[in-house]
Design a protein around this ligand. Sequence first.
Ligand code: C2E
Ligand code: MG
Ligand code: MG
Ligand code: MG
Length: 279
Amino acid sequence: LAKANGRNCVRLFEPNDPGGSDLNDRIAGALKDAINRDLVSLAYQPIKHIESGRIDTVEALMRLHTSDGMEISPYFFIPIAEKYGTILDLQLWMIRTVCTEILAECDVLNVSVNISPIELKTADFAASVAAILEETGAPGDRLIFEITERLEIELESEILTCIRALKLLGIRIWLDDFGTGFAGLSWLRLIDFDTVKIDRSFLADCATSEGRILLCDIANLVRNRGPNILVEGVESNEQLVLLRELGIDQAQGFHIGMPSPAERLLRGGAILATARETV
Ligand code: C2E
Ligand code: MG
Ligand code: MG
Ligand code: MG
């Protein structure tokens, strides 16, 4: 585990690599009691409305720490948690934590949470979420669930039923990593997404004019179907300027703000001040 640090670990250990299964077993074991041992935490990354400059939403990202102080990337441990069945407990812990450390603490921020499609197939997932909202008093209409297109799962009827139940709680549904799979287009037809997040690989390709045309086409395709458009992975001011020119609604990335713990997000109050601006 010593080298399982940040994004690099994706390349060092592939979760599906049979040679790494011993390590996967150990991580799955560690995930099982990570919550009890206080080894998981959340980092929140700001999302900006490009036109107004207002930040009223943050994305919650899971962090797993080892007992010797290393951090393991979710790109690595989420697929293991999904495969070994520990994802549901982790996810419910996460939603409860978002409700208590952000939604109950401040009255203006919306929080988006990445949800594994596996959960959406779990029969009582929506009921578990309803119970958490009830128990913490957090308003469902400031909670957003992001569903990734990356996994290319089938949109089975259980998933659509679950999404309908979540929407009745006021929860908004966003499509994450749009353009990375083949599922997105049919999903756009079947689910009324509030916002679509265009994968950061498309912005990275915008150094060339072909890349810019592709991003523009994708944005038009989404816009014509109704949802708001967010582009992820904004790392420079030039990229932000380009997105403004293309009429993209929201932006997220290291240039806008790094993921940081709840205390740091709420301390200082700079983000909360912009969130309150037009309220
Ligand atoms: P994602 O939902 O697409 O989240 C965005 C990822 O891109 C985050 O990585 C974030 O730190 C990173 N990022 C943000 N801005 C930039 C940028 O400007 N440049 C670059 N190169 N990267 C940027 P992170 O935190 O490592 O999360 C990776 C993925 O793990 C997430 O991708 C999401 O799919 C998954 N994940 C994270 N937390 C959870 C969770 O609680 N539940 C589930 N099911 N999946 C999660
Ligand atoms: Mg996401
Ligand atoms: Mg994404
Ligand atoms: Mg992404």
